[in-house]
Design a protein around this ligand. Structure first.
Ligand SMILES: [Ca+2]
Ligand SMILES: [Ca+2]
Ligand SMILES: [Ca+2]
Ligand SMILES: [Ca+2]
Ligand SMILES: [Zn+2]
Length: 490
């Protein structure tokens, strides 16, 4: 399935790029975008726009070729259809392009929006401007004829993509919903996000310099790169990510006997990530905190397990480099915390941080007695992206019935009937219920406990005094005293 050098990454601008020892080879993130303006340091969500360049617009930089005019629409109208359709969004190949951008967006912290305008500035230098042109502009021209290069993407902050429109037979192959066309586009979009090339002999990589049709879309190492640059897709909850309790990603209601899980789509083997899989979550760096919110409707005992996930594989960013081994499950030592949301002032309930690099953290059997919202915080200890899975399960709380001291007959009241029980058992070693202060022989200490607690009542919320009219209370006290005296007589 491999076609050597089918994906040549041709440079529209020369910029130094440093391989990332963590695995993928990232060229850096966008310094500014049309929608966001200047962007923060890498690792947080951004929004990029993309536009389709009209045929005839100049493409000044084309690898080995002289500049040419864009012919994207003419070629793809011929290959896939759409000739005479006035609006590009209605052409049948537009959906393939849109799907290719959307796939990266649903897998990472990047939001990719279609910009319907493109003013026809020469490709490669004009920055994205809302209503004028996209950050990433898509065009086509013959780059080097059939073979070798399939497309090119300019180094950031250019990011414009040119498909090699001499590759008609390749792009026009409808197999697997035009996978060859989509893969070329998704690969070039990867460059336009800031990813460089990675090659591996034991992991699938879309950003490989060599095209493959053995899978569909970005694979695990590609996602690690995208998350390192822009965080995970759950970060899009708020502008600055889900890094604070107030912008926690909602996971919904946790029912008794139920569970919530995220991050479950990371493959445990070298199997491909399928195009339907979207559940990937990571801690990007030491600035990244991931807050998730869940609610319980009744008291629950919850188990939380945070597992760093990933495989060990070999990669290199340049064919002349030696391969390096990456253990993607041991990039950052994760910690786990559970809070009660408490109306915006989170109360820390439990922390798990003792397990080392690559080892799961768990909080088991944490009893949450108050219905309402709870927060889970995940954080890491290194500036290297760490994928994880988080599982939260709830069971019914088994609450020991509260002890009502002196309620020897266990009817929920401390009254004269308890005295009878005590009197009948006095001096024996028969276990006396609700007599925690003096276990063993039933004795005067148990009597003192009863007398102190006299009038107590067990209610749903615990032990409360009996609210009764004074006269009734008086009668009971008199009765009690009577019993006391009689006891003394025995
Ligand atoms: Ca070519
Ligand atoms: Ca994250
Ligand atoms: Ca976060
Ligand atoms: Ca009682
Ligand atoms: Zn490439």
């Amino acid at each position: 399935m491999h076609q050597p050098l089918r994906f040549a990454f041709l440079l529209s601008a020369l910029l130094g790029a440093v391989p990332d020892a963590a695995g993928f080879f990232a060229n850096g993130s966008w310094p500014a975008t049309a929608v966001d303006g200047p962007t923060p340091a890498s690792g947080v969500p951004i929004t990029l726009t993309w536009s389709i360049v009209a045929d005839g617009v100049p493409i000044p930089s084309l690898g080995p070729s002289p500049g040419r005019a864009n012919n994207l629409a003419a070629v793809f109208d011929g290959l896939i259809g759409g000739s005479g359709v006035p609006d590009v969004v209605d052409k049948p190949w537009f959906a393939l392009i849109e799907d290719s951008f959307d796939r990266w967006a649903e897998l990472s912290g990047v939001t990719l929006l279609y910009e319907p305008n493109d003013d026809g500035q020469p490709l490669g230098a004009a920055p994205g401007v809302p209503g004028v042109r996209g950050d990433i502009r898509l065009a086509g021209a013959s780059i080097d004829g059939v073979g070798t290069a399939l497309g090119q993407s300019g180094y950031l902050p250019d990011g414009d993509i040119t498909l090699d429109t001499s590759e008609a037979a390749y792009f026009g192959d409808p197999t697997d919903d035009y996978l060859r066309f989509r893969h070329t586009l998704m690969h070039e979009i990867g460059h336009s996000l800031g990813l460089g090339h990675t090659e591996s002999f034991n992991a699938l990589v879309l950003m490989s310099p060599t095209a493959s049709t053995a899978f569909d879309g970005p694979q695990f190492d590609d996602l690690r790169g995208a998350h390192q640059l822009y965080g995970d897709a759950y970060e899009k909850q708020a502008a600055a990510g889900n890094n604070a309790p107030g912008s926690a990603t909602p996971l919904g209601a946790l029912a008794i006997g139920g569970s919530l899980q995220i991050g479950g789509d990371v493959p445990a083997s070298s199997a491909p990530i399928g195009p339907q899989q979207t559940d990937f979550v990571s801690i990007t760096n030491q600035s990244d905190e991931d807050y998730f919110a869940f609610t319980i409707a009744e008291p629950a005992s919850v188990d939380l397990t945070l597992t760093p996930v990933g495989r060990t594989y070999s990669e290199r960013s340049n064919p002349s480099d030696l391969y390096t081994t990456v253990n993607s499950a041991r990039q950052s030592d994760l910690s786990l915390q559970l809070y009660r949301a408490a109306g915006g002032t989170p109360v820390l309930l439990a922390t798990a941080a003792a397990a080392g690099l690559g080892v799961a953290e768990s909080l088991l059997g944490v009893e949450l007695s108050l219905p309402g919202e709870y927060l889970v915080r995940v954080a890491g200890g290194a500036d290297s992206v760490q994928f994880y899975s988080l599982a939260i399960a709830a069971e019914a709380v088994v609450i020991d019935p509260p002890t009502l001291v002196g309620d020897f007959n266990q009817d929920g009241l401390v009254d004269a009937a308890d005295y009878s029980v005590w009197r009948d058992l006095l001096g024996t070693s028969t276990p006396l219920a609700n007599a925690p202060d003096s276990p063993g022989i039933v004795d005067q200490a148990d009597y003192q406990s009863w007398r102190t607690a006299f009038g107590g009542r067990l209610e749903a919320a615990g032990v409360t005094p009996v609210p009764e009219p004074a006269s009734v209370t008086f009668c009971i006290v008199v009765a009690a005293l009577t019993y006391v005296r009689r006891t003394a007589w025995l």
